[in-house]
Ligand binder design. Structure first.
Ligand SMILES: [Zn+2]
Length: 73
């Protein structure tokens, strides 16, 4: 795979897996292990089209994702 450059700071973009918090219809859907490119320098995230499409499908179908939230307040 070709090494990508950040369009803002030209640093290298590294593939990572992150947790995405996605609001849909007032409900927070948390999706884990989402593949994304993250800029080494500024932290800008780059999703590919397939990933975005998949996130949309997950949010719309509301596939239950069990997540524990630690409340600090
Ligand atoms: Zn950058």
């Amino acid at each position: 795979m070709k090494e990508l450059e950040c369009e803002y700071c030209a640093a290298a973009i590294k593939p990572k897996k992150i947790t995405v918090e996605h609001w849909y219809d007032g409900n927070l859907v948390i999706i884990k292990d989402v593949p994304v490119g993250v800029c080494n320098q500024c932290g800008e995230r780059y999703y590919d089209a397939v990933t975005l499409e998949q996130l949309d499908i997950i949010a719309q179908e509301r596939i239950p994702v069990p997540v524990m939230v630690f409340a600090t307040s």
